[in-house]
Design a protein around this ligand. Structure first.
Ligand code: PBG
Ligand code: ZN
Length: 321
C-alpha cells in the first residue's frame, strides 16, 4: 500500500495542521432578546440558558459578548404594545432602538445587527401589513424601510431583514441611502424557510402568528432551486451579506447558495436546533461541547462564513481554551 489516508490522522497535531475547516470567534453572531421595560432579566423556558433582558440590563449580557470578541450581536425587540401595523417597531424610543443606542454607547467596538421584521410588533403576529389574511408585500416594504432607517439612525452597524417580502433589500437600501446611511450594511435573510424549527424562538419573542402560518411568504422546505433565485435577487438588490436559515437541516441549500453568490453567507443555527441539543444534553444523551462544536464545523464546512448561534459565547470560549 502506497497511499495510506490514515497517516494524515495520526496525531492531533497532524490532524490540526491539515484540517480543511477552521472556526474563529469572529464568525459567530449571538442573538439577544430585549424586552421593553426596566430591570428585566428572565429565563426563556423553551431555550434553557438563554435570557430576555431589558435595555437597561442589556450591558450585563453584552459584557461577555464583547469580551468573547465574537463577530457581533443580533437584536430582537419585544415591545410592550402591539398593534395592527407594528408601529412600535420604528419608534425612535422603541425597545430595539433604545437597546442599540445603549449597546453602541457601552461597547462601541461590538458590531450590532438589528433584526428588521414586524412579527414581534404586530397584534396578529405576522411579518407584515395584513389585508384580510394576506400579508401585503408592497405596503410592508414601506414599514420595513422605516424600521431599518430607525435602527440605523440609532446606531446599528447592520440591519437584517427577516420578513421574506419580495424586494425588501432594494427598498431598505434605497431608504437608507436617502437618509445618508450609505455605510449601514444589509445582512439579508435571503433564504428563509417556513420551518417548524422556529418554535422556541416564537415563545421567546412572543411572535407566533395568531392565525394561519407563514407559508405564503417564507420558503417551502421542499425547494432548493428557489433558494438560488432568492439569493441572487437579494444580492442584485444590494445585500452585503445573505443568510440561509435554518442551519443543520439545510446544509445542502447552504452549500448551493454559497457556490452561487460572491457575498459572505451566514447560516442561522435556529432556536429549535438549540433546544433539541439542550434537551438531549439535559438527559445525558449528548456531550454538549462536542455536539455544538461539530454542528458549527458542519455549517462552516458547508460554506458558512458567519454562524448565527445561541451558542456563540460558549463556542468562542471553547476555541480559546
Ligand atoms: C422573525 C424571525 C424568526 C426567527 C428569526 N426572525 C421567527 C419566524 O420567522 O417565525 C427565527 C429564529 C430562531 O428560531 O432562532 N421574522
Ligand atoms: Zn417576522
Amino acid at each position: 500500500m502506497i497511499i495510506r489516508p490514515r497517516r494524515l490522522r495520526l496525531t492531533q497535531s497532524i490532524r490540526d495542521m491539515v484540517c480543511e475547516t477552521r472556526l474563529a470567534p469572529s464568525m459567530f453572531v449571538y442573538p439577544v432578546f430585549i424586552r421593553e421595560g426596566h430591570g428585566i432579566i428572565e429565563d426563556i423556558p423553551a431555550m434553557p440558558g438563554q435570557r430576555r433582558c431589558s435595555p437597561d440590563t442589556l450591558p450585563l449580557i453584552l459584557e461577555r459578548a464583547a469580551r468573547s470578541r465574537i463577530g457581533g450581536v443580533l437584536f430582537f425587540g419585544i415591545p410592550e404594545h402591539k398593534d395592527e401595523t407594528g408601529s412600535s417597531a420604528y419608534a425612535e424610543d422603541g425597545v430595539i432602538q433604545t437597546a442599540i443606542r445603549t449597546a453602541k454607547r457601552e461597547f462601541p467596538d461590538l458590531t450590532v445587527i438589528g433584526d428588521v421584521c414586524m412579527c414581534e410588533y404586530t397584534s396578529h403576529g405576522h411579518c407584515g401589513i395584513l389585508h384580510g389574511t394576506y400579508v401585503d408585500n408592497d405596503a410592508t416594504l414601506e414599514v420595513l424601510s422605516r424600521i431599518a432607517v430607525s435602527q440605523a439612525q440609532a446606531g446599528a452597524d447592520i440591519v437584517a431583514p427577516s420578513d421574506m417580502m419580495d424586494g425588501h433589500t432594494r427598498a431598505i437600501r434605497e431608504a437608507l441611502d436617502s437618509q445618508g446611511l450609505v455605510n449601514t450594511l444589509i445582512f439579508s435573510y435571503a433564504v428563509k424557510y417556513a420551518s417548524a424549527f422556529y418554535g422556541p424562538f416564537r415563545e421567546a419573542a412572543g411572535s407566533a402568528p395568531s392565525f394561519g402560518d407563514r407559508k405564503a411568504y417564507q420558503m417551502d422546505p421542499r425547494n432548493l432551486r428557489e433558494a438560488l433565485k432568492e439569493a441572487a435577487l437579494d444580492v442584485e438588490e444590494g445585500a452585503d451579506m445573505i443568510m440561509v436559515k435554518p442551519g443543520l437541516p439545510y446544509l445542502d441549500v447552504l452549500r448551493a447558495v454559497k457556490e452561487s453568490v460572491n457575498v459572505p453567507v451566514g447560516a442561522y443555527h435556529v432556536s429549535g436546533e438549540y433546544s433539541m441539543i439542550k434537551a438531549a444534553v439535559a438527559n445525558g444523551w449528548l456531550d454538549e461541547r462536542k455536539i455544538v462544536t461539530e454542528s458549527a464545523i458542519s455549517m462552516a464546512r458547508a460554506g458558512a462564513d458567519i454562524i448565527i448561534t445561541y451558542y456563540a459565547l460558549e463556542l468562542a470560549d471553547w476555541l480559546r481554551e
